[in-house]
Design a protein around this ligand. Structure first.
Ligand SMILES: [Zn+2]
Length: 195
């Protein structure tokens, strides 16, 4: 469902700039909502949303919650639905907020083998190290494909030891230990789509 339809269902609008606006705040339980779409049978107008730290809900239930919270004076922030498949790159070291969020949703934890630190507490590491363009670095080094969440400890391990890793086209990671032993890691996404 397009973002505008979600906003419409939630009874909130866009600001005059067209940015996805309105200040919705969901009790701290629902920071992000991602719409999974209808069941596709063409007969039932039923939509589902997956809300971070809360789980699956129908958009009708989500609408009811937000209406109730808004009536109680709760500030709500409604964020646009992100395209997790976007690989758009930028010519700067620090990722824009939407790109950072995309990586956090894609990989819910530090991607070092065996680490379960929430990616929201992690650094975003350039898998292929960033080289400033003024020093001869190529454009487009900062993109979801070249970013991965590493907790501070494992960021240091990657930076200062012989551990290294790469991200495969399927989104999994292959780490190589100093011993040469390899570890394959399939990250867990933050949101699980519900039909
Ligand atoms: Zn870690």
């Amino acid at each position: 469902m397009p973002t505008e339809e979600v906003q419409s269902e939630l009874g909130v609008g866009q600001d005059p700039d067209g940015a996805c606006a309105t200040d919705v705040d969901v009790l701290g339980v629902a920071e992000r909502a991602e719409v999974a779409g209808d069941p596709g049978d063409g007969t039932v107008e039923q939509h589902a949303a997956s809300v971070e730290r809360l789980g699956a809900a129908t958009t009708q239930l989500l609408t009811d919650w937000l209406t109730r919270f808004a009536a109680a004076g709760t500030m709500i922030t409604l964020r646009p639905v992100l395209d997790l498949g976007s690989q758009a790159a930028v010519d700067q070291h620090d990722p824009p907020e939407a790109m950072r969020e995309t990586v956090m949703l894609r990989d819910a934890h530090c991607v070092f083998p065996g680490c379960s630190r929430d990616s929201r507490t992690c650094d975003l590491d350039h898998i292929t190290g960033y080289l400033p363009m003024e020093d001869g670095g190529p454009p487009g080094q900062t993109s979801p494909a070249n970013l991965a969440p590493l907790c501070r400890r494992h960021h240091r391990v990657k930076t200062h030891t012989a551990w290294h890793y790469k991200r495969l086209d399927d989104g999994s990671y292959v780490w190589t230990a100093p011993t040469g032993l390899q570890h394959h890691l399939v990250p867990t996404p933050r949101l699980t789509r519900q039909a």
